[in-house]
Design a protein around this ligand. Sequence first.
Ligand SMILES: [Zn+2]
Length: 136
Amino acid sequence: MEKDEECTDRTIHNKMDEFHQTLGLLDAAFSYLSILQPTEDEKRMAREAVDALSKNWRKMGLGISLKAHGMEVHTCDFHDKWGIGDKEESFIEQGHQMGIKENRWYHGLKDFKKKTESALKVRSIATHPPVMQERR
Ligand SMILES: [Zn+2]
C-alpha cells in the first residue's frame, strides 16, 4: 500500500483516539447488556450505552454490518423484554458447531423427531459439568 502524503502522525493519532473511544463504548454496551436480570435502571443504562456507541459508530463512518444493525436497532428491545446476559455468544457459537457435528453424526436418521431427541441427548451429555471437566 502506498503511503498517503496527507496522512500525518497527528491524523493517525487522532484516528487511534477515535478507535479507542469506540472500543470503550463497545465495552460499556457489552457490560450493561451482560447484566443478568437487569433492573429498569440497568436497562436504561444499557440503552444509553448502545445509543452512544451507535452515534460514535456512525460518526466514525464504520460499516453497518448485520451485527451492528442488530445492536443498534434490536438488541435493547429484546434485552428489555427477556434480557440477553444469559444468552452468551460463545454458547450460541458452540451450539452452531455442535449442530454441525450432530448433523454429521445423525446423518443416517431420517425421522426428524428421533434425530432431534438424539441431538438433544448428546447436547445435554456434552454440556453436563462432569463431562466438561473431563475434556479440559
Ligand atoms: Zn432489523
